[in-house]
Design a protein around this ligand. Structure first.
Ligand code: 13P
Ligand code: SF4
Length: 330
């Protein structure tokens, strides 16, 4: 029974006895309920370690679209749960804490974006996956940082395009494709904060280090990169490259998988502008923990719901992304 106070809090806040082995209990519940647990690379290490599948936004959507589980638990942020629910309307989709939002998704309110779209007639609308379902319903094709370049390049050179909400990712794609997409001016509160000066200082300290940068970072940080890519692409590069030291300019949760995959290599989180805060952590992703995961599986709450009319529109732009990605072998 879901308590009123939980609804106010946004997660099932049931005390859990210390005697319970949380990891075993979560795996047991997942088995009994035919649930799969998916996690994004930015979640806490113990959440990643217990998941059936850990991936970047693209891989998570691709995985959800193919699962035959009855319940999907998305250990990540709200828009990731929404994407899963839109792709799997008949399944129960859970996100352990409804407060796990995304500053980038929040930087793009649907009514203002609709006006932006109307102000640019004849433009194809491309939206980053870090958006609400309502924005996806206004979109022609969704992209992630793992396929944005290829999807934009798959369109005719003279196609007029609106790109939202991340102005940094959009600016980067413009710079590498020569397009002039019209950009919405949103940004992520984590990726905006990396300091060019402090990364350069680190590079002086570790001259052999390669710099890995997520394209949500600002242009001057992207310019320092040896590799720009999605979380999965940065991980793949770190595994394959012969270098043994990397400076990583993205949310620090990815360092867990990098270190697991390459125990002999050194991964240094890129520093933010403000040395006094843990600004390279996504406070939304870090809301997900084993306790909330256990309770959400036990009570099958909080569930993600998407209004049917919105979902019917949004699924088209998500499916278009999945179809193009499959065709291009991404
Ligand atoms: P990825 O698609 O690279 O995993 O990025 C998701 C995200 O939220 C980046 O901030
Ligand atoms: Fe959103 Fe930024 Fe967190 Fe990614 S790191 S989920 S873009 S707030």
């Amino acid at each position: 029974m879901v308590k009123k106070e939980w609804i106010e809090k946004g997660f099932a806040d049931e005390p859990i006895a210390d005697t319970i082995n949380l990891k075993e209990a979560i795996r047991q519940l997942a088995k009994e309920k035919n649930a799969i647990i998916m996690a994004h690379y930015y979640t806490e290490p113990d959440v990643q370690d217990i998941a059936d599948f850990v991936g970047d936004s693209l891989a998570l959507a691709q995985y959800a679209a193919k699962t035959d589980a009855s319940i999907i638990v998305m250990c990540g942020v709200h828009f990731m749960g929404e994407t899963n629910k839109i792709l799997c309307p008949d399944k129960t989709v859970l996100v352990p804490d409804l407060n796990a939002s995304c500053s980038l998704a929040e930087s793009c309110p649907a009514d203002a974006f609709e006006q932006f779209v109307k102000a640019h007639p004849g433009h194809t609308v491309i939206s980053y996956v870090n958006t609400t379902a309502a924005i996806k319903a206004l979109t022609d094709v969704v992209v992630t940082s793992g396929n944005a370049r290829q999807i934009v390049e798959s369109m005719p050179k003279d196609e007029k395009i609106i790109f939202g909400p991340d102005q940094n990712l959009g600016g980067y794609i413009n710079s590498i494709t020569g397009r002039e997409m019209v950009l919405w001016n949103g940004a992520c509160h984590v990726h905006e904060k990396f300091s060019v000066e402090r990364i350069i200082a680190l590079k002086k300290q570790y001259p052999e280090a390669k710099i890995l940068v997520h394209p949500e970072c600002k242009g001057p940080v992207v310019k320092l990169a040896d590799k720009v890519g999605s979380t999965a692409a940065l991980l793949k590069f770190a595994i394959a490259d012969a270098t043994d030291t990397f400076i990583v300019a993205t949310e620090s949760g990815i360092l867990h998988k990098m270190q697991q995959a390459c125990p002999q290599k050194t991964f240094i989180p890129a520093p933010p502008d403000d040395s006094t805060c843990a600004c390279n952590e996504c406070n939304y992703m870090k809301l997900i923990n084993l306790r909330k995961l256990y309770n959400c599986l036990k009570y099958e709450w909080p569930q993600i719901e998407v209004e049917e009319k919105v979902a019917q529109q949004a699924v088209k732009s998500i499916n278009r992304m999945l179809e193009i990605s499959e065709r291009l072998g991404i």
